[in-house]
Design a protein around this ligand. Structure first.
Ligand SMILES: [Zn+2]
Ligand SMILES: [Zn+2]
Length: 335
């Protein structure tokens, strides 16, 4: 038997239940979960915001653990190997987006902890195509948040038009932003962190920012222009007006890269037209992007700051994440 934390209906509380260990089905890997991060997107399960979601469901898509057993047809993995699973729940390799190389956009739209049970439990099954290899030296608690918050910021930045030496702004200094600043600095960009209040300045500088803009007392757009204009603004916040207030700080041909998800985003078209600026979203990435994120993080010394809870305290841990007060990611440790 194994213990998992499940949600049995929209808006229900977490219940810790015992279930039989799942037998790996063809093409899947059974993972012994060591740690699982709690992400804002887990509210999609908890609050019933994902159309057609089947309950009961075990949430969790920031999973670090070890390979426990292989389903038939799975090759290239062996029991005991350190692995992780993120938001992307695997791809089929046969649909049109897959055949065009856009594996992230696979028509099956599998999402970990939504389409199948995720990592808030001792064991889980994951499609082999969703599984990423983790660096040997990295503890599971450190690795887990990098599989969603980490990959999302790292993969967005490395696929952006910014080049080493360019000014990159990171809007927001929460779970995503505190990683975004570190990745941007380690990648060789000049980094401007934008957040509310003076008290976050020293943290931003510790994380590698060379400039700090307090959006409560300063205008982010004109401050960025004084620095020459940003090639890219990585927008991690969930407030549309805060994003809009930065667009004027983009350099000519600059890009506002949207990875935070406000309910809506209103922009003034002329701020785009006049300097040929772009607005672009970024999906987190697939399992190979997770491997690259974790390998870079280990090599460059990028760390998520975490608050750790045991599985028994899942409800408290989730509330802590939802409060927005966690510094900076909340992680469940399984033992
Ligand atoms: Zn997430
Ligand atoms: Zn596909």
């Amino acid at each position: 038997m194994m213990r998992v934390a499940q949600i049995s209906a929209p808006k229900a509380n977490f219940e810790i239940v015992e279930r039989p260990m799942p037998e790996p089905t063809p093409g899947t890997i059974r993972i012994k979960v060591a740690a699982c991060g709690i992400c804002h997107s887990d509210a999609l399960v908890k609050e019933g915001l994902w159309p057609g979601l089947q309950y009961p469901r075990v949430p969790g898509h920031e999973i670090a653990g070890t390979v426990d057993a292989l389903g038939t047809g799975v090759q290239g993995w062996k029991p005991g190997q350190l692995v992780g699973v993120g938001w992307h729940g695997g791809y089929c390799g046969r649909c049109e987006p897959c055949r065009r190389g856009n594996l992230f956009a696979c028509a099956t739209q599998q999402v970990t902890g939504i389409s199948f049970d995720g990592g808030y439990g001792e064991y889980m099954l994951a499609p082999a195509s969703a599984v990423a290899k983790l660096p040997d030296e990295m503890p599971a608690i450190d690795a887990a948040p990098l599989l969603c918050a980490g990959i999302t910021t790292f993969n967005a930045l490395r696929n952006s038009p910014a080049r080493p030496g360019d000014l990159v702004a990171v809007l927001g200094l929460g779970g995503l932003g505190h990683l975004g600043v570190q990745y941007a600095a380690k990648a060789g960009f000049r980094v401007a962190a934008i957040a509310r209040g003076k008290e976050k300045e020293s943290l931003a500088c510790q994380l590698g920012a060379s400039h700090y803009i307090d959006s409560l007392t300063q205008d982010p757009a004109s401050e960025l222009q004084k620095l020459g204009g940003a090639s890219v603004i990585l927008a991690t916040v969930t407030v549309g007006d805060a994003m809009n207030a930065t667009i004027g700080g983009l350099a000519v041909n600059g890009t506002l890269l949207v990875i935070g998800a406000p309910p809506s985003l209103e922009i003034t078209p002329f701020t785009l037209i006049g300097a040929q600026r772009s607005l672009k979203g970024w999906y987190s990435g697939t399992s190979i992007d997770s491997e690259d994120t974790l390998a870079f993080s280990a090599r460059a010394g990028v760390h998520s700051m975490n608050e750790v809870f045991t599985l028994d305290r899942v409800a408290e841990a989730y509330d802590r994440m939802a409060s927005g007060k966690a510094r900076f990611r909340v992680v469940l440790a399984m033992n």
